[in-house]
Design a protein around this ligand. Structure first.
Ligand SMILES: Nc1ncnc2c1ncn2[C@@H]1O[C@H](COP(=O)(O)OP(=O)(O)OP(=O)(O)O)[C@@H](O)[C@H]1O
Length: 933
């Protein structure tokens, strides 16, 4: 998927020194820290004294004190293994560095979080605290203390933790050393806060991602490929957090160790991209609420960054395909849970899985810390199986133990400290993972094999010039057609030249033959004896004296003895030629067949001369002539051979040139192919990035349009309000304005403005509708009240009718009394019933000032009339309200109605009281007289 997608991430950076990484060994130091040194017997280190902590109140439970980067106190000597890797890209010593292995301990740091508000509320105190930079001490029992590489107090920022606990591992990973950083601690101790952080305080993971990209930018001489994967181990099941369908994945093993089968690996091109993937993964992670933590991680998560880098070079073979590959695991473990964690159902089940895997981790760490070659139960949990290469393999490991100082978690914190102390004893080896890329190696070997084959062919066919032509065609089939035609033309030209030379040679031979024939005619007499001699000589028969004398001066060879001396030299040269040295070939170039022939003829002449001088017989002369013929033939043959050899040699050279050209062409083609694949991968990676960007842009534009619509809605609403206010305040002039306001067409608006106006009108319409509904509601309420008033009025009328009836009775009774007593009361003395003065009525009644003539009936009637009038008024108001907008006056009207009803009731009550009083006084009067019944 992402195998070849090389991200060209490096950019020009002014800081050329940024690529320098100093790797300090985390190797065990030679002595304890200054503070603790004074507490230990001389010559004894903390390791030996650790077991005696019960006796020594200040004993510290760690054999290892100050380590590595940042701990360069003069008083704490430590082994520094430094490798300047700045020039790694250009002069990386492959085998040398690959062999570097640095033994070091797991770096263990401890981080305290502040007491939470919940713990403070509970009244928790501080049970453990950071005593200096490296010691954790118990508040309850100060003799119990543990030392680590670094202890961070509650005020330390995550950046501070990163610098000490993770930076070394991250930089090591960039240099090719596998690295693992993991956070361990009880639930709610701050693991997720440390690894992931929050927007205010970014955690180790975002900080690591940021630094990795910074290093890439600062190292322009290398090119990097970054791939990330993110998984969780939930209830011993591995889920892919980058792929929702990747559930229940299996762990497999190959030569490089265990790996998760089918896990999705995403190529990342920017920190934002990597962090967005983490954020997406976090969405899929299992979290739940416990009584300790609202957002408790219910699974272990492993965020892995695979870093590959190669030198940036034009020649792929120059770097021998050297590639640095490393993995960086950033692990946020789920928190161990105590029995105090009230959990039921699913939470309990999760808790038991978490505890089981952490227990296995503890056992594995314990076994490794013992340093003995006993069985380490890596396979007992998925977590330890995945961590196996980190814990026992070749890489750097940093353990960050998160602690809560709360006294309620004292015991759990103590357990964490013990675990951390055991982990401190585990040693790992920081090894550079440098690989020769198999693909490059294969290609290189293929090229070598091809060269060797060609050489072999060349050697095999070296002497066959004819077949060579075809073989050249066959071998060099790959060059372009133009090149082939060009080469063919050259070869044809050569052939023609060769033929020409051959023809010239043949002519010379003919001439020489003629010359020889002419000579032979003159010596025809000695032909037979010469034949005999020749035969004898040929078959090694009886040799003459002269022959013997030649023998004595000639070589051992029967054939050679008759050869001229100069020819022997040529023969020797020719033999040497077979060895194929270039200088000899040069010599042969000079030693042309013409010269050979001239040598032969001169030899022949000289032999003739010599023959005469020494007195050879005819037969001997003939033999010599025959020999000369033979030599001539031989010379011709050799000359031809020499010519051929020269030709072959030049062809060989041509072929070599062509082969070299061919090889360089192939190399170039390979390079081009490589670059093409690189460009393709780059394009695909860019496409991924582009897709992501497009997605982001889409989201942003959606948001934007959403905001725009909201804004326009708000603007419309504001304008609607304004319109509505205007509408209300200028309701009297509304009719006049109507024509202007609603005649939109006359406005000649732009479409956008028109739309806005329509929006405004719609929202105004909505407002008006709401106001209308409100008005109708108020109206219906008022109508109800009116109805009630009417009902009360009817009741009052009934009451009045009753009162009238009673009054009639009273009048009748009074008339009869007057008639009986003959003492009519003065009609002028009737009392006046005041509307609101019941007391006066009462007092009048009590004083016996009862004036029947002008009794309250009229008043009541008046009252009733008044009330009717009031009701009429009310109705008028209501109808007016119906016509106009309603705001506020209803309260006033209601009060009015209420007041009127009160008045009416008071009047009725007074009237009743008056009537009752009168009635009673009449009764008294009748009883006192004793006549009435
Ligand atoms: N160093 C710190 N400074 C301030 N607040 C912290 C610190 N560490 C943790 N917290 C707070 O403590 C609470 C618990 O932290 P966190 O969720 O990281 O714990 P955890 O160990 O991951 O818990 P669990 O194992 O249940 O997931 C969070 O509200 C977090 O903000």
């Amino acid at each position: 998927m992402a195998s070849a997608a090389w991200s060209s991430l490096s950019s020009v950076c002014s800081n050329a020194n940024a690529g320098i990484h100093t790797i300090r060994s985390n190797s065990r130091i030679q002595g304890p820290s200054t503070e603790l040194q004074s507490l230990l017997p001389e010559g004894e280190d903390a390791a030996t004294s650790a077991s005696a902590d019960t006796c020594n109140p200040n004993a510290v439970h760690s054999p290892f004190l100050k380590f590595g980067a940042g701990q360069t106190s003069d008083k704490t000597p430590h082994i520094n293994v430094q490798h300047e890797l700045s020039s790694m890209s250009d002069s990386y010593q492959l085998s040398g560095l690959a062999a570097q292995q640095m033994k070091e301990n797991i770096r263990v740091t401890v981080r305290f979080r502040p007491l939470s508000s919940k713990e403070v509320q509970k009244g928790d105190g501080v049970a453990w605290y950071a005593d200096g930079e490296t010691i954790v001490r118990s508040e309850i029992n100060p003799s119990t203390a543990y030392a680590f590489d670094k202890v961070f107090g509650p005020a330390t920022t995550t950046r501070g933790v990163y610098d000490v606990a993770a930076m070394n591992v991250v930089r090591g990973a960039m240099d090719g050393i596998n690295g693992t950083v993991f956070a361990y601690g009880v639930t709610s101790s701050g693991k997720t806060y440390t690894m992931h952080g929050d927007p205010v305080s970014p955690g180790i993971i975002p900080l690591a991602v940021k630094e990795i990209f910074q290093i890439i930018r600062d190292t322009p001489k290398r090119e990097y490929l970054l791939r990330v994967s993110y998984l969780e181990i939930y209830n011993e099941v591995i889920n892919d957090l980058l792929n929702p369908t990747g559930r229940n994945l299996r762990i497999r093993e190959d030569v490089q160790g265990p790996y998760v089968e089918g896990i999705k690996e995403e190529v990342v091109l920017s920190p934002v991209h990597a962090l967005s993937l983490i954020a997406a993964g976090e969405e899929l992670r299992h979290v739940g609420s416990t009584n300790y933590n609202l957002l408790s991680s219910r699974s272990h998560t492993v965020f892995t960054l695979k870093i590959e880098s190669t030198p940036r070079t034009l020649d792929p073979y120059a770097s021998m395909g050297e590639r640095i590959i490393s993995q960086l695991h950033l692990i946020d473990l789920a928190g161990s849970e105590s029995s105090k964690t009230e959990a039921t159902g699913e939470r309990r089940r999760e808790g038991s899985y978490i505890n089981k895997s952490l227990l296995t981790l503890g056992t594995v760490i314990g076994k490794l810390s013992e340093g003995r070659a006993s069985h380490v139960p890596y396979r007992d949990s998925k977590l330890t199986r995945l961590l196996q290469p980190s814990l026992c393999g070749y890489g750097r490991v940093s353990l960050i133990c998160t602690l809560t100082p709360a006294s309620s978690n004292m015991e759990e914190t103590h357990n964490t400290l013990k675990f951390a102390q055991r982990a401190k004893r585990v040693t790992v080896q920081a090894t550079f993972n440098q690989r020769i890329d198999e693909r490059f190696l294969i290609r290189k070997y293929q090229r070598d094999i091809l060269n060797l084959r060609q050489e072999l062919d060349w050697l095999k066919r070296g002497m066959q010039v004819q077949s060579n032509m075809s073989s050249i065609h066959a071998e060099n089939s790959s060059p372009s057609p133009q090149e082939v035609t060009k080469r063919d033309a050259i070869l044809i030209a050569r052939l023609e030249e060769e033929e020409k030379t051959n023809r010239a040679l043949a002519e010379r031979i003919q001439r020489l033959t003629k010359l020889i024939l002419a000579l032979s005619k003159s010596n025809s007499k000695s032909h037979n004896s010469c034949m005999l001699h020749m035969r004898r000589h040929s078959f090694g028969g009886v040799k003459g004296e002269a022959v013997n004398s030649i023998d004595a001066t000639s070589s051992k060879n029967d054939w050679d003895y008759s050869m001229p001396k100069e020819y022997s030299t040529i023969q020797a040269k020719n033999d040497d030629l077979k060895l194929g040295s270039t200088s000899q070939m040069d010599y042969l170039n000079v030693t042309k067949p013409e010269r050979v022939l001239s040598i032969c003829s001169s030899s022949m002449n000289s032999s003739r001369d010599t023959g005469s001088d020494v007195g050879y017989s005819d037969s001997e002369t003939y033999c010599s002539k025959q020999s000369c013929d033979f030599v001539m033939d031989s010379c011709t043959m050799h000359g031809e051979m020499l010519l051929k050899a020269v030709e072959i040699e030049s062809l060989k050279q041509d072929r070599m040139h062509l082969q070299e050209e061919n090889a360089s062409l192939r190399t170039q083609t390979d390079k081009l192919l490589e670059e093409a694949s690189y460009a393709k991968d780059l394009a695909s990676a860019a496409a991924v990035e582009l897709r992501n960007l497009a997605e982001e842009v889409r989201k942003l534009s959606l948001k934007n349009s959403d905001l725009e619509s909201k804004l326009s809605f708000l603007q419309n609403e504001a304008s609607t309000r304004r319109h509505y206010d205007m509408f209300r305040s200028e309701s009297s002039t509304e009719e006049n304005c109507d024509g202007d306001i609603y005649d939109i067409e006359s406005w000649h608006l732009e479409p956008a403005d028109l739309m806005r106006e329509i929006y405004a009108r719609r929202s105004r319409e909505r407002c008006l509708q709401a106001a209308l509904a409100e008005k109708e509601e108020i109206e219906s309420k008022l109508l109800q009240k009116l109805e009630e008033g009417r009902r009360r009025e009817a009741n009052l009328e009934n009451d009045l009718a009753g009162i009238y009836a009673q009054l009639d009775i009273i009048r009748k009774e009074k008339g009869s009394i007057e008639r009986l007593t003959g003492n009519p009361s003065s009609s002028e003395n009737g009392w006046i019933l005041y509307e609101n003065d019941g007391q006066e009525i009462e007092s009048s009644l009590l004083n016996g000032n009862f004036k029947e003539d002008r009794f309250d009936v009229d008043k009541l009637e008046d009252n009733l009339k008044h009330q009717k009038k009031s009701i009429m008024k009310l109705q008028a108001i209501v109808s007016r309200l119906r016509r106009t907008g309603l705001e506020g006056p209803e309260l006033f009207f209601l009060e009015e109605i209420q007041k009127m009803h009160m008045e009416a009731l008071t009047n009725l009550f007074q009237a009743k009281v008056c009537l009752k009083g009168k009635h009673n006084s009449d009764d008294d009067y009748q009883q006192s007289d004793g006549e009435y019944y």
